[in-house]
Design a protein around this ligand. Structure first.
Ligand code: C2E
Ligand code: CA
Ligand code: CA
Ligand code: CA
Length: 277
């Protein structure tokens, strides 16, 4: 019988109530996915709002499952975290992203920073900064070509070593971005205690038609200005949203208005300005 791909995703859903057996299947499939080359990174361009120049991209993980088709990260990252597979997965992502960054910055091309998502669990592994340093060396990637995206919760549930690890990465020359900014708790003091380069305003503020969301976006832009941090607006889908952001001094954006996440072959071919050929 023909099964719809959509239904197949169901047991991977976020509020996972799947049986232990199903989880074991997924776990062992995921374990083999790396060896079998079923994982891919797609890259979503980040653009300057003023002139459309592409200055970087975010690496987003996909699993091309032989039977289930393309599985988005929300449906397997959590299991990877719970089983500890995230360490191996994360190493694969890091290496792949560094290789791409090296190619995107080859031979005098304009700077293209590749952003890598790291979950809190990946920070618990010892020697994250050494893993990153080794990876840079192995792939010929410069630290300046890499940004790391972390969530507020990592900084709020402060564990031993987080500040040290971030500081070490930062002093290597890697930039640090706070992902989904504004969706965590409202403690803002961590913003000045941690080495942070960029705030990524969560999509929920950008696509809301709510008056107070617009005010919050302005407030975040002004906080970032005061602290000397860059801002990237996430999930920009309409010209109206882009215009509002530009009018309020936001420099950079990411979203379907500009581009969906693209396979490596396509990001490599992309002109450095959206709309150029
Ligand atoms: P995120 O880091 O917040 O990534 C942005 C998500 O928003 C991506 O979903 C992207 O495809 C989607 N997006 C971008 N622009 C738009 C837009 O204009 N409209 C809408 N509706 N969505 C947009 P994706 O690729 O499914 O990733 C989901 C989450 O999975 C990511 O959220 C990130 O937290 C996690 N993730 C992805 N790749 C990795 C990875 O390599 N490692 C880790 N640890 N987590 C990852
Ligand atoms: Ca992200
Ligand atoms: Ca985000
Ligand atoms: Ca997210």
């Amino acid at each position: 019988a023909k099964r719809s791909g959509r239904n197949d995703f169901r047991f991977y859903s976020k509020d996972l109530t799947a049986s232990a057996e199903e989880r074991l299947t997924l776990e062992s499939e995921l374990r083999r996915a790396i060896e079998r080359g079923e994982l891919e990174l797609h890259y979503q361009p980040k653009v300057h709002l003023q002139n459309g120049t592409i200055f970087g991209s975010e690496a987003l993980l996909r699993w091309r499952h032989p039977k289930r088709g393309m599985i988005p990260p929300d449906q397997f990252i959590r299991i990877a975290e719970e089983t500890g597979l995230i360490t191996e997965l994360g190493h694969w992502v890091l290496r792949e992203a560094c290789e791409t960054a090296t190619e995107l910055n080859a031979d005098g091309l304009p700077l293209h920073k590749v952003a890598i998502n790291l979950s809190a669990r990946e920070f618990q592994c010892q020697d994250l900064s050494k893993t990153v340093a080794d990876c840079l060396e192995m792939t010929g990637c410069r630290a300046e070509w890499i940004e790391i995206e972390i969530t507020e919760s990592l900084l709020l549930n402060e564990k031993d070593g987080t500040l040290e690890t971030l500081s070490r990465l930062r002093s290597m020359g890697i930039s640090i971005a706070i992902d989904d900014f504004g969706t965590g708790y409202s403690a803002l003091n961590y913003l000045s205690r941690y080495p942070i380069d960029t705030l990524k305003i969560d999509r929920s503020f950008i696509n809301s038609t709510n008056k107070s969301s617009a005010e919050l976006v302005k407030a975040i832009l002004s906080i970032a200005r005061c602290l000397g941090q860059n801002v990237v607006a996430e999930g920009v889908e309409t010209v109206g949203q882009a215009a509002f952001l530009a009018a309020n001094g936001c420099e950079a954006a990411q979203g379907f208005l500009y581009s969906r996440p693209l396979p490596k072959s396509e990001i490599m071919r992309l002109p450095r300005r959206v709309g150029d050929t």
